[in-house]
Write a new protein. Structure first.
Ligand code: SAM
Ligand code: SF4
Length: 513
């Protein structure tokens, strides 16, 4: 770092604002940026107007997401007057693809960085704050291995842990392999040490992240030294490759490490049906039957379409019958598992009959939640060369119909949970005033929201002045809607977290008193 004649950093401290678009991986990247800049003496703010550094962490998965990021950038232009004001950067997947081309359209933009250069952020910020302009750091890391250490900012009960990066699946519609590069995995030892360190800092729930965590271990440095072993999945293909460290082994290594004893939940996302092995399904069994005790009873397994013809055009390499078999087997082993998926409507050549098969898929699997998207051609992908022949209006009709249809299913599945007691990790105070209105006057001052092990949103009211963020509480479910459950706190006080004076919910940044 350059220093002035007194040996001082010429641009120390100040505030930074980060706006994040996209998936959990982008959220995890923003958390890392926050920790890196905080280590430099800067503090985060949620008001762009008071920041000296503004960063947009953008997503490129759909065209709309790119537009959002770029139009937000335009909105920040007025903060820069006569060469004064904040320095502004764009990063993440948008930065990776852009490589500095945006400087022409937005000359007030100061820096661009990519998905593999986040750790250079302190240097980049220092350089632009020292007067350099149009700095670009968007090289891909070309090394074979992936090694990192998770960084979180402040005390937190939840943390995202990248266990791998990139993707080798090349689904025909998807830009991720171009923005995040080749698939590379950390080693099991490194991830377990990382999780143990987070647990020592007070983390009680980790979400293991990768574009397809089911292929974790492929080609990492430990893999070469392993004995070959055969793995199959319900689809009948060999799942994770022979002889490699794999994802179920990672789950078990975390679960049994004594340093991770205080960890309560392990989640993971995202998965691909092709690599979703029988061995992973066995991890969902009760602990006494050989399952992974801390594994949350939730699975997000993107299926994308109910039509085998469309799946083939999407380059997914799995068929719908295999997906049903996987879901059936999982429910046999873990009947209360919460299931969610991703779906794309309006993929090239999708007919009404194909779409009907996607609706039948919802009937068959009865997901708790779906993430549905209208197909958006992404430049450079194989699907972008196909005619985008489903009109926008039809895409939107199908999307709305699909979402409405799912809401009806979820209403029934959620209602079946009434009367149950659930352990909930509280994420924040909620704005659900409707719940307060239903209460007798004087009862229940605040509504709190969190998630059950099966990833259902659970809201509850409490009379206590106490801040529940980051705590595990028991809630008895008394009512349900198609999006969430509502309940009563069981017992007066939640379980204390030993030695943790204050916790922060990652989503809100709220500090617990
Ligand atoms: N790797 C993860 C996976 O396979 O599930 C996540 C990939 S992507 C960030 C999340 C979702 O975006 C995908 O599952 C897919 O449903 C959707 N998606 C990806 N590309 C898309 C496109 N071109 N148009 C519409 N939706 C898309
Ligand atoms: Fe994209 Fe397919 Fe990789 Fe998921 S698995 S990131 S959808 S290419």
């Amino acid at each position: 770092m350059t220093q002035d004649s007194q040996g001082q950093d010429p641009v120390p401290g100040g505030k930074f604002y980060i706006k994040t678009f996209g998936c959990q991986m982008n959220v995890a990247d923003s958390e890392r940026m926050t920790a890196l800049l905080a280590e430099q003496g800067m503090s985060p703010t949620d008001r762009a107007q008071e920041a000296q550094v503004i960063i947009i962490n953008g997503c490129t998965v759909r065209e709309k997401a790119v537009h959002k990021a770029v139009s937000m950038l335009g909105g920040f232009q007025e903060l820069k007057k006569e060469g004064k004001g904040p320095v502004i950067g764009i990063g993440g997947c948008v930065g990776q693809l852009d490589q500095g081309a945006l400087f022409k359209r937005a000359p007030y933009l100061d820096f661009v960085f990519g998905t593999d250069t986040i750790d250079n952020l302190p240097e980049i910020v220092h350089r632009v704050r020292s007067g350099e302009r149009h700095v670009v750091f968007a090289e891909f890391d070309k090394s074979m291995d992936y090694s990192t250490e998770t960084k979180i900012h402040g005390h937190k009960a939840q943390a995202y842990v990248n266990i791998m990066k990139g993707c080798d699946k090349y689904c025909t519609y998807c830009i991720v392999p171009f923005t995040r590069g080749k698939e590379k995995s950390r080693t099991i030892d490194e991830v377990v040490n990382d999780v143990a360190r987070l647990v020592a800092q007070g983390v009680r729930e980790v979400t293991l992240l990768g574009q397809n965590v089911n292929s974790f271990g492929k080609g990492n440095s430990n893999t070469q030294q392993r004995e070959p072993r055969e793995l199959h999945n319900v689809i009948g293909k060999v799942g994770p490759r022979l002889g490699e460290e794999n994802f179920p082994q990672l789950l078990r290594a975390i679960d049994t490490d004594p340093r991770c004893a205080a960890l309560k939940r392990i989640r993971f996302t995202s998965s691909h049906p092709l690599d979703f092995s029988d061995e992973l399904i066995e991890c969902y069994a009760p602990a006494q039957n050989g399952g992974v005790a801390r594994l949350a009873a939730h699975l997000h397994l993107p299926v994308q379409s109910g039509s085998n013809r469309v799946l083939q055009k999407m380059g997914r390499h799995h068929q719908i019958e295999g997906y049903f078999a996987q879901m059936d087997r999982l429910r046999e082993i873990c009947p209360d598992v919460g299931l969610s998926t991703d779906l794309i409507v309006g993929f090239p050549t999708e007919t009404d009959e194909d779409f009907e098969l996607t609706l039948r898929l919802l009937d068959r699997v009865r997901f708790d939640n779906i993430y549905a998207f209208a197909y958006s051609p992404r430049p450079g992908t194989r699907a972008a060369k196909m005619a985008d022949d489903v009109p926008a209006q039809v895409k939107n009709q199908r999307l709305n119909h699909l979402l409405d249809y799912q809401l009806q299913i979820a209403e029934q599945t959620y209602a079946s949970r009434i009367g149950r007691q659930m352990e909930v990790l509280v994420e924040s105070e909620a704005r659900n005033q409707g719940m307060l209105e239903k209460r007798e006057p004087g009862r229940g001052e605040r509504v709190w929201t969190g998630r059950s092990t099966c990833n259902r949103v659970v809201n509850f009211v409490s009379d206590s002045p106490r801040n529940f963020t980051g705590r595990f509480v028991e809630v008895k479910i008394t009512a349900a809607s198609s999006l969430s459950l509502q309940g009563e706190l069981v017992g007066q006080d939640p379980m204390p977290l030993t030695g943790q004076p204050a916790m922060v919910a990652p989503s809100t940044g709220e500090v617990v008193a």
